[in-house]
Design a protein around this ligand. Structure first.
Ligand SMILES: [Cu+2]
Length: 186
């Protein structure tokens, strides 16, 4: 067990020890704070994240592995990439619930896209697997909608404008807990 997961375990224990005093929302926000505090500065070589998620750069390729589960969570909520890299991103649905009830995708929106608008309209786009056809201009890259046990690897160039980009699972109701930051650096 790494120091990082040990620290997180200790923190979780502390949280659970608080019992009913802590509302459910505080757990995830505390987790985010802990993550932010512990997050090492972005490394171009390798950074290992909790829950086995990894991002490893080999040559010009950035390999990223993300798990999505039945608790509507991604195993990582932060990806750091450099302009000039090609991203090989693998999404694995490690859940067991049927795709119709708990499908997952990984959708990266262009910088400055209206996240809320996209997520809201995506809910209605069932026939397009929740990737609205008229908003494809807002999407940099995406996986297919994956059912339990499925995985997919997609390849795409890192966008050539530095800054923060957001990603989400566009399955209805998931974007609240399944979203994260894709940070592009020069
Ligand atoms: Cu999802």
């Amino acid at each position: 067990m790494t120091y990082r997961s040990l620290a997180f375990f200790a923190f979780s224990f502390l949280l659970f020890s608080c019992g009913n005093e802590a509302p459910p929302a505080s757990e995830s926000s505390t987790e985010a704070v802990v993550e932010a505090a512990e997050e090492a500065p972005a490394s171009s070589s390798e950074s290992e994240l909790e829950n086995g998620s990894e991002q490893v750069a080999l040559g010009d390729t950035l390999f990223v592995e993300i798990e999505a589960n039945d608790q509507m969570k991604y195993s990582t909520e932060r990806i750091d990439a450099y302009i000039g890299q090609v991203v090989a991103l693998t999404l694995k649905n490690v859940g067991e619930m049927p795709k119709e009830a708990m499908g997952h995708n990984w959708t990266l929106l262009r910088k400055g896209a209206d996240f809320q608008n996209y997520a809201t309209k995506a809910m209605l786009a069932k026939e397009d697997d929740f990737l609205p056809a008229d908003l494809m201009g807002e999407v940099v890259a995406h996986t297919a909608l994956l059912g339990p046990g499925e995985s997919e690897t997609i390849f795409f160039d890192v966008p050539e404008e530095a800054g923060p980009y957001k990603f989400l699972c566009s399955f209805p109701g998931h974007f609240g807990t399944m979203q994260g930051l894709f940070f592009v650096r020069q």
